[in-house]
Design a protein around this ligand. Structure first.
Ligand code: GCU
Length: 706
């Protein structure tokens, strides 16, 4: 793999080599404005590297110099008045097919190839930028034969990464909360980094996979971070300046108590006129400093963060307070639905953390302003390896919803384990909350696809980033694939995650030695494509979740959370395991789903195996749909999962592959695989021993359980 100098940071999916095809051509860039400048710079950089030529079209003009008839690649705004005949005919064809008025649309582009010229046409400069990166992904194929016009546009308007970065190093959480890739990209030594070269490189990587929004600080807003809204606004503006040329808007996590802690007011009551005035003024100042500011992210009344409950107000009151301050400037509030009782009594079987988001928010449907986005974790608990889709997604048709994923691998191996999450996210985005035939989670997040249903516009797709100041960006070099796939799925939720994995491999892994690169691609695909299921096999079984070490959430501790206040239990005893969330005998959580899921999940016979213990407490001898008993399934999957991890490590050590990979990168992945194998064996032995001791049922295949 090639490295990027001078910062000596890994080039990830944008190595110079990925630009070879584009950079060896004659390129014409049409249009003006900061994002068009970025397109031009990208093309110029590639051409300088690979011997091509790039030109800007004059604003007015005729002949090939302006129209690009002599160019191999033309990137042009559809409004340009000197387009050549090929571009004009592609546009005319597109418009005619759409009844004469079709728009390419925000951030969208047409990609075509006619008469030896590849064309990227867009209504706005962002579309040109995304089109340029599409040409990079295609490589030589972008310049071969004819290509009928393809229309590409994002399914979701807001495609966002949240950074849980602290400006100061937090005594328990470190600098990046749940971060496994070194320090923050943005903050260092209690202040913004002076040199933002890496942030610019990051912005470029994000644009290349389709991300258009970031929030730059932790949702748990501590004292120093609160100041970003006021005294340290200049730092936010500096970051926004670096993200802007890549079409990325900056957001800020704010404390609901800001009027008290920053403004010196006696209250943060959302209905208090002084509080409203304070937010209006503070927000106006933010917009002065950052004219395209995206808005606020808020974690309120959750895990100790302040919120409207302290004043007897609802979360709609709280969110609308901020929304009204942002509305004059076109900003949005991302209000998180992650609200639950984290001081639960484990003896109390009536409280169910899975119910909390629905219980708090569903009754508020219709009460949120239009520029409020309710940001809902994809599952009802907390980013476990396997959870059902949150019932909130089907429950609030009159609210703009965003679905939140976790690219950082808090519960999925912490970037020490290979765990490619594309298949999980793809399954969730394609899930039908009202049944397999109905609209999908992606269509709720995207919105606007169902005219006449009265359903609110979508709030987008959001994830917690896994990037840091590590040389490979993500600690484990293979965890880059998660960042890449997240962006690509947020843009095109229907994309095949296995194909996205190959796309990432092809861009990222340029063999360092001569020879056939196919074995490298094949090996990486084989190691990664099924790695989420492998991880699931050796960790908590059948959707029951947790069983991780309390606090850092790494490695096995079956009863680690069993008697804690966090609401995360598995209820294993000598007879059985699982959480009864049925209406008939349990917490009633299944009743939060519409049909058919309310019935499917209610019935142990119909519930999918992988979620059985999330919804039901069953005896160890319960026969799964697969035909295996629960306890035998636990033994089998844990032996298999640990063996699959060992197979990954063997594959990576194959000398035929080793010689094709940069030695430092190879070593880094190798170290992580050693740890994955060790940890998977630990999981296997602890989980198997635990259930053998509880149940007394021996392994039907007589394998050794310690
Ligand atoms: C998890 C995570 C916390 C984080 C929280 C959140 O509980 O462990 O570190 O703050 O999610 O999403 O707000």
């Amino acid at each position: 793999m090639t490295e990027q100098t001078p910062t000596d940071v890994h080039a990830a999916w944008l190595p110079a080599e990925a630009f070879r095809s584009l950079g060896s051509r004659r390129v014409l860039v049409h249009g003006a404005g900061p994002l068009v400048d970025t397109v031009y710079e990208e093309a110029a950089r590639a051409c300088a590297e690979h011997g091509g030529q790039v030109r800007r079209a004059p604003a007015q003009g005729h002949g090939p110099a302006a129209t690009g008839e002599d160019a191999d690649l033309v990137l042009a705004l559809s409004s340009a008045n000197s387009l050549g005949p090929a571009a004009r005919s592609v546009l005319a064809g597109f418009r005619a097919a759409g009844g004469g008025t079709a728009a390419i649309g925000d951030e969208g582009y047409l990609l075509a190839r006619r008469d030896g010229t590849t064309l990227v046409l867009a209504d706005d400069p962002a579309g040109l930028l995304y089109g340029l990166f599409h040409v990079v992904r295609l490589g030589a194929a972008a310049f071969t034969g004819d290509r009928p016009a393809e229309h590409h546009r994002p399914a979701v308007r807001s495609r966002m990464l949240d950074h849980w970065d602290n400006v100061d190093v937090h005594p328990v959480m470190g600098q990046v909360e749940r971060g496994y890739s070194g320090g923050s990209l943005f903050w260092h030594d209690g202040r913004a980094r002076g040199d933002l070269t890496r942030v610019r490189a990051y912005a470029r990587l994000l644009a290349a996979c389709g991300i258009n929004a970031v929030s730059v600080n932790n949702v748990n807003v501590h004292a120093t971070e609160a100041l970003l809204l006021t005294e340290r606004l200049g730092d936010v503006a500096a970051l926004a300046d670096v993200f802007r040329p890549y079409g990325i808007r900056v957001h800020l996590s704010v404390s609901f108590a800001a009027p008290v802690v920053l403004g010196g007011l006696p209250t943060a009551d959302p209905l208090d006129p002084d509080v409203r005035a304070w937010w209006a003024e503070a927000t106006a100042r933010v917009h002065q400093a950052v004219p395209d500011f995206g808005g606020y992210v808020v974690k309120a009344d959750s895990e100790g963060q302040p919120g409207p409950f302290s004043y007897g107000r609802s979360h709609a009151d709280g969110a609308n307070l901020l929304a009204r301050a942002l509305a004059p400037f076109g900003g949005e509030v991302h209000w998180r639905a992650f609200v639950y009782d984290h001081r639960q009594d484990w003896r109390d079987r009536t409280t169910d953390r899975a119910r909390a988001a629905f219980d708090h928010f569903a009754p508020l449907d219709g009460q949120f302003d239009d520029n409020v986005v309710l940001q809902v974790k994809h599952g009802p608990m907390d980013f476990q390896t396997r959870e059902p889709v949150s019932p909130v997604i089907a429950a609030m048709p009159r609210t703009r919803l965003a679905v939140e994923f976790q690219v950082t691998q808090e519960y999925t191996g912490q970037q020490r384990h290979v765990c490619y999450l594309g298949p999980m996210w793809s399954g969730i985005l394609g899930f039908g909350p009202w049944g397999p035939e109905g609209p999908t989670v992606a269509s709720v997040a995207g919105g606007g696809t169902e005219p006449g249903t009265g359903r609110a516009a979508g709030g987008g797709i959001v994830a917690v980033s896994n990037a840091g100041d590590d040389r490979y960006w993500t600690g484990h070099p293979l965890a880059q694939a998660n960042l890449y796939a997240f962006g690509r799925l947020a843009w095109a939720p229907g994309a095949d995650p296995a194909a996205l994995l190959d796309e990432w491999i092809d861009l990222t892994f340029v063999p360092v030695a001569a020879g056939d690169p196919a074995p490298l691609r094949h090996a990486l695909h084989a190691m990664m494509a099924g790695s989420w299921r492998t991880y699931e096999r050796y960790t908590a079984p059948l959707g029951v979740g947790f069983m991780v070490r309390p606090g850092d959430h790494y490695g096995p501790d079956v009863d680690g959370y069993e008697y804690t206040p966090w609401g995360t239990y598995h209820f294993a005893d000598r007879d059985g395991v699982g959480v009864d969330r049925t209406r008939a005998t349990g917490t009633g959580f299944t009743g939060q789903y519409p049909a058919p899921w309310s019935q499917v999940y209610e019935s142990p016979g119909r519930c999918p195996d992988e979620l059985l213990l999330f919804f039901h407490h069953v005896p160890y001898g319960h026969v799964l749909r697969s035909g295996s008993t629960v306890v035998q399934h636990i033994y089998d999957t844990h032996f298999d999962g640990a063996e699959e991890a060992a197979a990954m490590r063997r594959r990576w050590a194959d000398p035929a592959l080793t010689r094709l990979v940069d030695p430092a990168l190879h070593a880094r992945v190798g170290e992580r695989l050693d740890e994955q194998v060790r940890c998977a064996e630990e999981w296997r032995d602890q989980v198997n021993a635990y259930f053998f001791r509880k149940s007394g049922v021996p392994d039907a295949r007589g394998r050794r359980i310690p």
